[in-house]
Design a protein around this ligand. Structure first.
Ligand code: ZN
Length: 175
């Protein structure tokens, strides 16, 4: 359950595609400790989610949780979720405007579009497969974290860079 350093934009590993974790290895100590460290680091950094590449591990797992998060004071809470080898499919064609930040791009926010409703298919930390329908902020966070596993940052999905701003200006003008 170590607090791990979060690598920042510019680190080449944030731009790489991560490898799937063999299902029988999910319960191995190495992966369990990685998951615990991701949870510890996400909570310590007030992240809504964190993906393994952000702690410099190129394997396909992310965690997400919002519980009265000071970085996202206007967002509804959702419970801790661990997603190994996740896949996402959009449910319907509705898209929503999303102001996002990233622990690997500190203090920056930008506006982009995400699917409003998705189905997340993944394995939990016990190696059990699950399918979960997500909407609202949880759906947005899952899409953001899955992007990390493919070397994609939220700024890549911004059509209009004029909304790119520092968090304090976001809070001042847009929140
Ligand atoms: Zn991120």
């Amino acid at each position: 359950m170590n607090l791990l350093p979060v690598i920042k934009m510019g680190h080449p590993n944030l731009r790489k595609s991560s490898s799937p974790i063999p299902i029988p290895e999910i319960q191995d100590l190495r992966i369990q400790e990685l998951i615990d460290s991701l949870i510890t680091t996400m909570r310590a950094e007030d992240g809504a989610g964190i993906a393994a590449p952000q702690v410099n591990v190129l394997e396909r797992v992310f965690v997400m949780e919002v519980d009265n998060n000071p970085r996202y004071p206007d967002k509804a809470s959702f419970p801790l979720m661990v997603a190994v080898n996740p896949e996402i499919k959009p449910l319907g064609t509705e898209q929503v405007e999303s102001w996002e930040g990233c622990l690997s791009i500190p203090n920056i926010r930008g506006k982009l579009m995400r699917w409003a409703n998705i189905q997340l298919n993944a394995y939990d930390r016990k190696g059990k497969y699950f399918e979960k329908e997500l909407s609202g902020f949880a759906a947005v966070v899952a899409q953001h974290e899955l992007d990390h596993l493919n070397g994609i940052l939220f700024i890549d999905r911004m059509d209009d860079m004029t909304s790119l701003c520092f968090r304090e200006e976001y809070q001042r003008f847009y929140q």
